[in-house]
Design a protein around this ligand. Structure first.
Ligand code: FE
Length: 144
């Protein structure tokens, strides 16, 4: 039936959209961590406007307001996500490597090794190792 087939297509598009949304939010968090490190302001309204203009450029006029509204929502979602992450980060424990003393801080993560800022130690992949000495997760202890 055509309706069911179309719904399957929508489901596939939705799966892609959510996967891309998660990926976008992770990249935004990395940019945020970099900006914090460099001491530059987190919010950049002209960059947000550039993004919307670039994406709208080739679209029919009827689609432009859709892109503008979608991205207004996305920018809002990213900010919301950051605030809730900042709140949970306050309660996420730091872990120290028993072998070399390297300290894992969930607020900064380990982006060089694929661990996004805001990742609790418990959620780091099991094959992650200490960036300084190569010790496994089992050699880490919570910082009291
Ligand atoms: Fe270590």
């Amino acid at each position: 039936m055509e309706l069911e087939e179309l719904r399957r297509q929508i489901d596939a598009v939705d799966d892609d959209m959510v996967r891309l949304l998660v990926s976008r939010i992770e990249i935004v968090e990395r940019i945020r961590a970099l900006k914090e490190g460099m001491g530059i302001p987190l919010e950049d309204l002209s960059r947000e406007a550039d993004v919307v203009n670039r994406l709208s450029a080739g679209l029919p006029d009827s689609m432009k307001p859709c892109v503008a509204r979608l991205y207004a929502a996305l920018f809002e979602i990213s900010k919301m996500n950051h605030q809730s992450q900042s709140n949970t980060q306050d309660t996420m424990a730091k872990y120290v490597c028993d072998l070399c003393g390297y300290e894992y801080d969930p607020a900064t993560g380990d982006p060089d090794n694929g661990v996004a800022p805001g990742t609790a130690f418990e959620n780091i992949p099991a094959d992650w190792v200490c960036p300084l000495c190569g010790a496994g997760k089992e050699d880490f202890s919570p910082v009291k």
